[in-house]
Design a protein around this ligand. Sequence first.
Ligand SMILES: [Zn+2]
Length: 141
Amino acid sequence: MAKRPNPRAIKAARTYTVEEAAVALRVSIGTIRTWVKSGLPLMNSRRPFLILGDALRSFLEDRAKASKAPLREDQLYCFTCKTSRTPMGMMVDCIPQTVKTARLLGLCDVCGGTCNRMISRAKIDQFSEIFCVAFKEGQCA
Ligand SMILES: [Zn+2]
């Protein structure tokens, strides 16, 4: 698993281009673009698009906080409750994401919202013993 990017590698007072941010954090440019899509603020009024060091830092710190609560085997992460929850009826859908990963989707037993967990496809059998898994697209196993 990739090492978590260190927010302290970023200087709060300066601005970064996407390329500079990627170099400073030792991640790919694609990773930075994914972060922008998932909420990292980009100053895109003119080129080159810049990222404020301060914004980048807080983005990374928020992400680290969100992933801090470790999930138990029988839990997914609820986007609404922003914490780990067991899925309603222990029922989840398994949706393949990549050759190696799949997403488990269920309904939060507290708020009824969507909860989610990325798993390694190698562990699908293991999770099938815990959850009632419905396989989507028929290529999950
Ligand atoms: Zn919830």
